[in-house]
Design a protein around this ligand. Sequence first.
Ligand code: 5GP
Length: 175
Amino acid sequence: MNAQAAPQVLIPRNEIDAEVRTLAARITADYRDTNPLLIGALKGCFMFMADLVRCLEFPLEIEFVRLSSYGDGTESSGKVNLVQGLNVPVEGRHVLVVEDIVDTGLTVAFLLEYLKEQRPASLKCCTLLDKPARRQCEVCVDYIGLEVPDRFLVGYGLDCDERYRNLPDICYLEK
Ligand code: 5GP
């Protein structure tokens, strides 16, 4: 029996929605005529990516990579693994990485390096959530949505042992 307390709402769905629209407006202004390649880091980004691209009303393409840094539970292992890479060429493309949350920064740093080696025309990064208190490496994130406190978050794509990804609000788990 799982005795974990119920997730508490930190960012309700209407605030998420407003932030996604704000980010989309900035991205539209910068990428409208560039047919960008948006690359999401699975699995956590799936809901943000789906909502974001529905607000981007211009030609673009979408790909996903799968990375893992969290083992089971709520602590990052600190080591990033590329579980599934890209099957499309990136060279000469305008690439925008779409992340759910930047925490230690290790995942984004790893992904940006992996993509940079493939010589895109430009490479930027967007995250819905930023947890700066836990940063372990310097990363340049070009579009940042909401700053969040040092809590383990679930919902809106984020999981705890694969649970809670389907919650429509961003929530935290009591320790
Ligand atoms: P970083 O490498 O920046 O520490 O973490 C990046 C990845 O770790 C995110 O894409 C996300 O999958 C996961 N992560 C970081 N913080 C949290 C959190 O508070 N909750 C959940 N569920 N995953 C997180």
